[in-house]
Design a protein around this ligand. Structure first.
Ligand code: DAH
Length: 339
């Protein structure tokens, strides 16, 4: 009997199964009610009393070894099954969603690219600014009503620290640290204390342009503006300049382009006039140059500033400004082809 147990133990240790039904057949063969081990248990009664202890122990060892081996094979089979599922090479792959650039980023890049072709390089400045860079250096006197043109967010503990209301502050920063020639384009976010509606927001984006050198004239400004308008909209776009007022430029102007929605015939967008305003500009006031340490007897310059949202609206007819900051994926996806 001990010999029989020994040979069964060897068989059990060599057991192999590659499928669940093979494993079940082995289980029935060794551990089933009519299986090999059950048969030995039956024979156990006939074992002489003095051998019962030894044989009983061996028989239990055999039973446990068989059970353990079967469990082991079952675990391996299950593991193999899940591993195979995880790498189903025939499965259709999940589509990878492509991100899109935000429409304001698309337009900002286009504006910078166009001025880049005229030799302008990009300059940036901080959004949290001080009074000097946003107002005082740009000729907004302490009690000047022009300060009220821009509803400013002040930082609570200091009336001197504020969120910039325009990117003109970058002009000052660059002129303070660099002598002409200066030819920069400054894109960035600006803040104003405005009630949020479809046509106003408390933050929006601007691009500021500045060119300072010897003999820079209004004609240079006009030429650059015409080039920009044609590149940005279409070759048949017309421009017109209207006198205006900004504290930091003299003379100052506002530029309209022929409405690119109706082609200048008149439509609701241009309120029937055929023209739409897109930017402010002018010759840098000599006092501003002097404030920044640039000799206004030697140098002159022009500056311009425009809202990126406005240009984007003209290009893509976005009716509600709030769309730009809502992160609605359906809106953003509409600009896929412009990327
Ligand atoms: N800073 C002006 C604004 O926020 C825009 C502007 C107008 C910028 C005329 C200029 C300029 O550089 O010359 O309304």
């Amino acid at each position: 009997m001990l010999d029989k147990i020994k040979s069964l133990l060897e068989e059990v240790e060599k057991m192999e199964a590659h499928r669940a039904d093979e494993l079940e057949a082995l289980r029935i063969k060794y551990l089933g009610k009519k299986g090999e081990i059950a048969a030995l248990m039956n024979d156990f009664r006939q074992v002489p009393a003095d051998q019962k202890r030894e044989v009983g122990m061996r028989l239990n060892e055999l039973k446990e070894a068989a059970q353990q081996k079967i469990n082991e094979i079952r675990a391996n089979l299950e593991e193999g099954a899940t591993a195979n599922d995880a790498i189903d090479l025939t499965r259709t792959p999940y589509p990878i969603e492509l991100g899109t650039r935000h429409p304001l980023s698309i337009v900002e890049k286009e504006i910078c690219d166009i001025f880049g072709r005229l030799g302008f390089s990009v300059a940036q400045g901080p959004e949290v600014e001080d009074d000097w860079h946003v107002f005082s250096s740009l000729n907004f006197a302490e009690d000047h009503p022009a300060r009220d043109m821009q509803d400013t967010f002040f930082i609570q503990h200091s009336p001197d620290i504020l969120l910039r209301t325009h990117t003109s502050s970058v002009q000052t920063r660059v002129m303070e640290r660099q002598q002409p020639p200066i030819r920069i384009i400054c894109p960035g976010r600006v803040y104003r204390n405005e009630a949020i509606s479809y046509r106003a927001h408390c933050f929006f984006h601007q691009v500021e342009g500045l060119y300072v050198d010897k003999n820079v004239s209004f004609a240079d400004l006009k030429q650059a503006l015409l080039f920009f308008a044609k590149e940005m909209f279409s070759a048949d776009t017309k421009i017109r300049l209207r006198p205006s007022y900004f504290p930091f430029t003299e003379p100052s102007a506002e530029m309209d382009i022929s409405c690119n929605i109706c082609g200048g015939k008149g439509c609701p967008f241009c309120k029937g006039t055929g023209w739409v305003e897109i930017l402010g500009c002018g010759m840098v006031d000599p006092a501003v140059l002097e404030n920044c340490g640039i000799d206004s007897n030697i140098y002159s310059g022009y500056a311009l500033g425009m809202g990126i949202e406005r240009i984007t609206n003209l290009k893509y007819q976005v009716k509600d400004l709030r769309m730009f900051s809502e992160n609605d994926i359906r809106f953003l996806e509409e600009f896929k082809s412009a990327n």
